[in-house]
Design a protein around this ligand. Structure first.
Ligand code: ZN
Length: 159
């Protein structure tokens, strides 16, 4: 069976940056299962996996425009510490979701200077060329329930 739209695809992957630094890997953790053709993984990786079969190994270099997009410096904001009441302690690396106009956006705290907290609304991998080494572990039909939920199920209870 090949990877095509609405197949549940299971992959092992290692993600490195252009310097060879490992940013993320499924090694030592669970393989990733997702539904092809639903935009649940980045477009460049979905395109690279289309038509592949279990056992296939591939290396793909994905530019930002097919990955997490270019960085938007207008999403670098300074907020007063008082805006974080209830979050204690406030630490660099913490992530939170905030409403920005019509959408909800994930922000990461990137710096704290006195009463000023610097936050970044860019995806941590935005602006980066991403090198994936991927092994296709499995391909199967998605169930009606999985398509309804928009994600792959595993195990007895589904989630
Ligand atoms: Zn579900």
């Amino acid at each position: 069976m090949h990877v095509t739209k609405h197949k549940v695809v299971t992959i092992d992957y290692t993600l490195t940056d252009t310097l060879g630094e490992v940013l993320d890997t499924s090694k030592g953790a669970e393989p990733l299962s997702y539904i092809q053709g639903t935009g649940s993984i980045i477009p460049g990786l979905e395109a690279a996996l289309e038509g592949r079969s279990p056992g296939d190994e591939l290396k793909v270099s994905i530019p930002p425009e097919s990955g997490y997009g270019q960085r938007d410096e207008s999403l670098m904001l300074a907020m007063p510490r008082s805006a974080f009441q209830g979050a204690d302690p406030i630490e660099v690396g913490m992530q939170f979701v905030a409403n920005t106009g019509s959408s909800r956006q994930m922000f990461t705290i990137v710096g704290i200077e006195g009463e000023e907290v610097k936050v970044d609304g860019n995806h941590p991998l935005a602006g980066m060329t991403l090198n994936f080494a991927v092994t296709v572990r499995g391909v199967r039909e998605a169930t009606v329930e999985e398509l309804d939920h928009g994600h792959a199920h595993s195990g007895e209870d589904g989630h």
